[in-house]
Design a protein around this ligand. Sequence first.
Ligand SMILES: Nc1ncnc2c1ncn2[C@@H]1O[C@H](COP(=O)(O)OP(=O)(O)O)[C@@H](O)[C@H]1O
Ligand SMILES: [Mg+2]
Length: 300
Amino acid sequence: MGTINIKSEKQTSEDERLLDRFNQLIGISEQKEQLLTHLQWIMKPIDSKKWMKDHHPNGLELVKRITKVPRLIILSGDVGCGKTELANCIGSKLSESLNNESVWIYRAPSDIRGTGLVGELANRMTSMFESVKADSANRKYRILIIDEADDISNSRENSEQHHEDRTGVNTLIKEIDKLSDESVKIAVIMISNRTESFDPAIMRRSTIEIKFTRPNQTELVELMTFICSGMKIEKNQLQNLIQICLDKSPGFTYSDLFNRIALPTLMQAIRNDEPYSYERISHALKITEPSPQFKHHEND
Ligand SMILES: Nc1ncnc2c1ncn2[C@@H]1O[C@H](COP(=O)(O)OP(=O)(O)O)[C@@H](O)[C@H]1O
Ligand SMILES: [Mg+2]
């Protein structure tokens, strides 16, 4: 009942399509940078020997720990901010800093919980990690993505939590710990909209929690400039568009701005054989309601 064989995807720095997807994620450069930096430290720590000689010739205790950075990175925060998309294309960008060597992406199946039989979640979890670890030896750099991870990471302190879920969390923690002993480099990216309910032991094991929020004013300037580039538009009109966004509460998500506003507006302009214009974008911004914020479950 518990065997899981997950398919993998090879990502390299030569894959223009993936790099394009990475570049098309706008306004989240800080999150991109953080994710890349931490993945780099997990995959290929900078050799510190020369640095030590230059700056700390008498030694530095802490430096020994660098090879032991936790393998887990958490992406958390609001919906429609690019968490899933960023995780799904990060391998190609990461490959650039790994001498263009391939990065292998594994995705946890959405039915990891199985059918709810006793012990099934724990078995399937172990099997998933085994299958990532056991894959052919020449795959040096691997990333396991666990999207929508709320389900399997809930705190064991939650009294309503089912025994099955508790053993699931225990197994997850054990498997993450074991990754540090592996000779191949395996990073785990867990993605969630509500880490507040995560088990503290999982949070402790992460090297960083990278948070995503709806775009603020600075990010809106970047987004709107991108969305309107090539359009005939005055400076004050651009400011008007940004102001429409700022007046909404909650604000638009990145996904709202691109997929529900800019792209449909562009498509409509093409269909009508008319220019993609300030008036059209401004109208679309006004009539579109931002996606509702992620609601917490009542018993959380
Ligand atoms: N920062 C961004 N820049 C451009 N497009 C974005 C951004 N964030 C999200 N999108 C668009 O919204 C879609 C959904 O984003 P997704 O990664 O699924 O969000 P999340 O996982 O945070 O809920 C993406 O496929 C992309 O088209
Ligand atoms: Mg997502």
